[in-house]
Structures are given as C-alpha cells and as structure tokens.
Design a protein around this ligand. Sequence first.
Ligand SMILES: Nc1ncnc2c1ncn2[C@@H]1O[C@H](COP(=O)(O)OP(=O)(O)OP(=O)(O)O)[C@@H](O)[C@H]1O
Length: 599
Amino acid sequence: MNKVLSKTAIASTKLKDVKLSRIFQLFKRYRWLLAGILGLALASAIIGIGPPLILKEIIDRALPNADKPLLWILVGWMVALPLIGGLLSVWQNHLNNKVGQSVMRDLRHALFGNLQKQSMAFFTQSRSGEVIQRLTGDVQAVQNVVTGTVVNAITQMVIVVTTVFILFRLNWQLAILSMVILPMFVLPVRKVSAARKKLRLETQKVRGDMASQLGEIFGVSGALLTRIFAREKLQETKFSELNEEVMRLELRLNLIGRWYGMVIGVLAPAGTAIIYLYGGFSVINSSMSLGDIIAFAAFVGRLYGPIAILLNLQVETVTALGVFQRLFEYLDLKAEIIDSPDAVQLPIVSGRIAYNQVSFAYLPERYALKEVSFTVGAGELVAFVGPSGAGKSTLIGMISRLYDPTKGNITIDGLDIKKVKLDSLREQIAYVTQESFLFHASIRENLLFAVDNASQDQLEDACKQAYIHDFIASLPDGYDTMVGERGHRLSGGERQRLAIARAILKNPRVLILDEATSHLDSESEAYVQAALEELMRNRTTLVIAHRLSTVLAANKIIVLEAGIIVEEGNHDELLAREGLYARLFRTQFARVAGTDAAL
Ligand SMILES: Nc1ncnc2c1ncn2[C@@H]1O[C@H](COP(=O)(O)OP(=O)(O)OP(=O)(O)O)[C@@H](O)[C@H]1O
C-alpha cells in the first residue's frame, strides 16, 4: 500500500480499542506522587471510621452512664476528626489535581510533538480544525477522568475495604445482609458504560467537525468567499445542523448518566432500610443495642456511597475511553519523513542537485512524477514549466523532503538527501511559495521566523534587498506592525516581498521558488521581480516559472507534462523545437511579457 495512503486511512477505519493499561502508562511517571496520595487517602479513610464509633460510644456509654467528661472528650473528637480529615483532603485534592494536570500537559505535549513530525501528506489530508479539536477539546474531555479517577478510585476502595472490615466486626449477619443489594448496583454498569462511550465518541467527532467548519468559515479566505458569494445563510444552516447535533448528543449522554444516578440513588436508601428493618427487630428483641444499629447504618452509608462512586468512575472511564481512542490515534501516527538512524549532518553545500529516476505517487499507481532525472549545477537557475497538474510543485518540494520519492533518489552535492539530517538539509534551503504565508504577528516576528537571533540591522538589510524596507519604515509601528491573520493586512505584493526578505535573511544555498501567478500592478510587480533577483543571486535556484524574465535568465528550462520531463534546454533551443514549451510560451509567457517589459 502506498505510504501516503496508509497514514491517512485512519480517517475511515474503525478506531482501535484502547486498553486501560495504556492509560495507566500515562501515570507511570507520577507513581511516587500517587503513592503519597494513597497514603493521604488511607489516613482520611481511617479518620472517617471515627465519627460513627464516637456516636456509638456517646449513645451506648456516655449517655447511659451520665459520664460528662467522656461526653466532652467524644464531642471534642467529633469536631477534631473532620477538621484533620478536611485538611488532609485539601492536600490530597491538590496533589490529585497536580497529577491530573501533569498527565494532561504530557498528553498535549506528546500529541503536539508527534503532529510536528508528520509529513505534509498528513496535513493535506486532515482538517486543521479537527487537529486542534483533538489537541485541546479532546484532552479537555478526558480531564475529569484523568484528574480524578485513579486517586478517587484508590480512595474509595480504601473506604470500602475498611468499612467492610468494620461491618463484619460489628455484626456479620447484618454485614452479609447489607451486601445482598450490591449486585443490583453493578448490573446496569456495563450497558450504561458502553452506551455512553459510543455517544461520547460521536460527540467528540461532531465537535471536531464543528471546529473544522468554524476554522474554515471564519478564516480570512473562508470569510471572504462567504461574503463574495453571499452565502452567509448557507453557512449558518450548515453550522446550525452541527450545533444542534452537539446539543442532542450531549443531552442524551447526560440523560443516560442521570438515569443511572437515579437507580443508584434509590438502591442505597433501600439497602439502609433493610438494615433498619432487620436491625430494628433485633433492637426490639434486645439482641442489639441502639448504638450498634445507628453506627451500623452510618457505616452502611459509608459502604454504598463509595461503591456508587466507584461504579460511576467505571462508567466515566469507559465513556472517556472513546476519547482516548481519538487521542491515541494521533499519538500512534507514524512519522514517515524522519532522520534515518545513520543520518549525517549535511555540511555547507555548494548546491549541486541531481534527481535520479525519481518517481512519486500520492495515490497508488497514480504517478505525479515518473522517472524524472536531471542535474543542476551549483549556483545555477533551473526553471520548470508545464501545464497545470504536471507535477512541478511536487517535484520542487521533494528537494526539502516534503515528500520522499516512491522510487529513485535525490542528491545534493552528491549526498542522498534521505541520508542526511533533516534539519541540516532544511537549514540550507529556502522555499518561497506562491501564497506567502505570514503568521498573525508583527513584521519583525515574521522575519525572525527564518533566523531567530537576527539583529535589527540584518532585518533591515534583508528588507532593503527585498525592496520592502521603505514601506515598513513608513508604517506608524514600523517593524512592530501586526500583519493580520495570514498577513491579510498587507497587499499581495507586500506579502510576497516580506516572504522574500524572510528567505534572504535565511541566506540559503538552495532556493525553491514558486513564482506567483497573480498579476500585481506593474509597479508592485517590478519591486517583486527586483526582490527575487536579489534572492536568486549566487544560489542554486529551482523555480516554477511564470515570468518571461525568469525563463530567459534560466540556465536550463525543464518542461514537464503529466509527471514526465518532455523537453529540456534553454529558451532559444526550446522555442526552435516548436514543442510543448513553444506552445506554453505563446499562451502563458507571452501574455505576461507585457508585465515584464515594464521592468
Ligand atoms: N496532496 C495530494 N494528494 C493527492 N494528489 C495530489 C496531491 N497534491 C497534488 N496531487 C496531484 O498530483 C499531480 C501533480 O500536482 P502538482 O501540484 O505537483 O502539479 P503542478 O504542476 O504544480 O500544478 P499547478 O501548476 O497547477 O500548481 C496533480 O494531478 C494533482 O492532482
């Protein structure tokens, strides 16, 4: 199966079931903290045994014997024990939260790290809103389970075990009776958990869809398109559908939880009632003291409460498993474009590039490039031309390993690029795309994205070479001007020149350039052209050419059609051939010749 496909097939296949042990692994780092919490939980549980016993002592000893000092002491303990218990629980709660929040931070970090490693194939086939939703919304959705479950489960189990022990010590017959009702608590758990897990998974999926939709609608390009086509109503309808669906699913999820809560809520008093019935008869027959029965009933409450919590935790955990499936799916994504184990540092190159029999298929058997071979000398300019979809972008992107060849290899200064460290390769390459992307930040920050320790002088030099400095200097905030999302506060030509300045700042040995097809006015165009000439100077340049001046200046023009090199040579040679280049020249370059002539 094609590599690119295997990575994205995840979207359609069923998610793998998550094992609880995998979730426990997330807590492994915090085992000592968990042990501390367990200690505190034990202490709290032991303290919790006190009040019912004190009650029993008051009723059975202090009151019948009119023992006032004993009453004082017992009442004193009645106040002191909850106070100590309260202090311990604040501490325990804090540690609890610390573990939970740490696990969530680790999860987000691991997800982020793994997504960073993914190749472009992943990003072209996923929606950014969905990715963000998993990293934020999904992690948030497991918060309750992650922060509370492990410790809460331990605490409640300690309470259950200690209480069962005490119950049997007090009266073993009553103790057995109090457990008769327990199976009725447990029976619905499996069904409820499974139903809630399915619903939670559905909800998170719909939330992901909603996040993607919002990202598209309110991104600058989406907002523009919506307005141009006056499709606000349609967008609203589409949004409402998902919005309603989220509400419907959340309501169902909550309702199932409530029904279950109600069943438990009814069963617990029923259990206590049985105790009072049997115990009441025993008191009437004088086979038990009043204090015994009251203390026993109080302990039974301490049994049913934690059992209900434990079962609820089980339901919540299984519900969250659905969300964990989505998180682990991203954690398990294999990064395909990574350093090979024996990768070496790429030394500063002169910039000789060779493509050797390079083929590439995005989809099985649908080759975007077929056995492409060519060489570029150091410092040379090679222009690629060809009809739309011929494979030009695919071809030039491969030099910085946005995609790896399906067959064949690419070398730079004779070294196979798959055998050098990715960072050291990409450090020496700059890629100026058609649509110059800028972050929603200041001009300075956008420039520093290329080299984070560049000085103001270096920034200004680069901007002067890119013919954008005077414009920046004329802005009220100068280099601190915010460029707006994707740089939409700047004109197309200004964005391009800023992107060129960023590339100049990087000072790469190899330049990949996808010339913008958008026609700027002749003054802007002249500036962009001049900036590009500065950028290309003394570097090996691979350019998807749309300007006449570029093809004329190129050392070599490579003509691509349907992923195959059909012609190769300089402008005059290719024109004389009267082939594809000559045709393209007449339809494409001759059209823009007017613009170039303005230079
Ligand atoms: N991410 C992708 N997944 C699947 N197919 C793709 C992907 N990107 C491009 N293609 C296909 O690969 C082929 C080559 O695309 P490419 O973008 O390299 O062409 P191009 O020559 O740069 O086109 P243009 O001049 O229109 O930008 C096209 O048929 C395109 O549909």
